[in-house]
Design a protein around this ligand. Structure first.
Ligand SMILES: [Zn+2]
Ligand SMILES: [Zn+2]
Length: 324
């Protein structure tokens, strides 16, 4: 299961009732923050979220509305006595940008690790089980910008009949289920391995996040068949297309056309221009292009659960709420 919270939905500048676009993902006790503009801490506080558990911060690009909240966020994490390292991911220039911002947040009780994105497409995993894959793909903005997809793997079903047939001691079952390999002289080849008792991997969960960009194939790839796709929609009116092209952003219609190509189960728009006081006024036209698209709202959250298993009950699969 993944908890998703769209902390803010604004672009360019925070407004009294609209914080800057930022996303928080939580799974298995881990916490990932995407983008951190001015005021992101306040948006988190409003949702009752603490900065201390954030283990990974990803940046799409280095425009101020996506990164200027970082020094304060790091200080807040330090004040909450975080000591575990924090991974920061972002485009080329990452260490230089973060070091410059850290002039005003020099002393932190935790280490910062960096992963700088240099290729057009990069994939990496966060440590821990189940595997959490992150794919960064280059988007098309005025500065180097990446969109991201996140995939939480789901292991296969435990096959108790196979475990019995292979005479695997009961005390090993849960360890094998967790992916452990166990050495035991009684085993046929000296080891019991998870593949002896686990069925094929089941459908996991996928989330995609794309802001600020013109439409491009990489965003379609990132969002393909996602359970939830969060995409920028800077302008609601289609007659602002030339402005969107000039500023390298998108209209709602352009975002919806990406949805129609990528077919995510749910789709939220975000990063609204400060001039768009009522973005929901334009959503119907976008829904004609791709019906699932809706306007994001500050604090909008969703819990994505693994799809119900077709074969018998499963504790973590029986929860409702999957938008598929
Ligand atoms: Zn922006
Ligand atoms: Zn930007």
């Amino acid at each position: 299961m993944i908890d998703v919270c769209l902390l803010g939905t604004g672009g360019m500048m925070p407004l009294p009732n609209r914080w800057l676009t930022s996303l928080m993902l939580r799974y298995n006790g881990k916490c990932i923050l995407l983008d951190c503009g001015e005021g992101t801490q306040i948006a988190m506080k409003k949702k009752g979220l603490s900065p201390n558990p954030i283990s990974t911060i990803l940046f799409t690009h280095y425009h101020a509305d996506h990164i200027s909240g970082l020094p304060g966020m790091l200080l807040a994490m330090g004040n909450a006595e975080r000591t575990e390292p924090v991974l920061i991911v972002g485009p080329k220039g990452l260490e230089r940008v973060v070091s410059s911002l850290r002039v005003i947040a020099p002393e932190l009780p935790f280490e910062i690790r960096f992963r700088e994105l240099t290729e057009g497409l990069e994939t990496f995993e966060l440590p821990g089980e189940p595997a959490f894959h992150i794919t960064a793909l280059r988007a098309n903005h005025r500065v180097t910008c990446y969109c991201y997809s996140f995939e939480l793997e789901r292991a296969g079903r435990f096959d108790a009949a196979a475990a019995k047939e292979k005479n695997i001691p009961l005390t090993y079952w849960s360890r094998l289920q967790k992916g452990e390999t166990i050495e035991d002289p009684a085993a046929p080849s000296g080891v019991y391995t998870p593949d002896m008792v686990m069925g094929p991997a089941r459908k996991g969960l996928k989330i995609a996040y794309a802001t600020d960009s013109r439409p491009c194939d990489n965003i379609v790839t990132a969002a393909r068949d996602a359970d939830l796709f969060i995409c920028e929609g800077m302008y609601g009116e289609e007659d602002k297309l030339s402005k969107a092209k000039e500023k390298k952003h998108m209209t709602f219609g352009e975002a919806a056309r990406i949805g129609a190509k990528a077919q995510p189960a749910a789709m939220w728009l975000t990063h609204f221009s400060p001039s768009e006081m009522h973005p929901e006024n334009y959503i119907k036209a976008a829904q004609k292009i791709y019906p699932p698209v809706v306007c994001g709202k500050d604090g909008k959250s969703l819990t994505l659960n693994f799809e119900e298993d077709k074969f018998g009950s499963d504790a973590d699969a029986s929860l409702p709420n999957n938008p598929r």
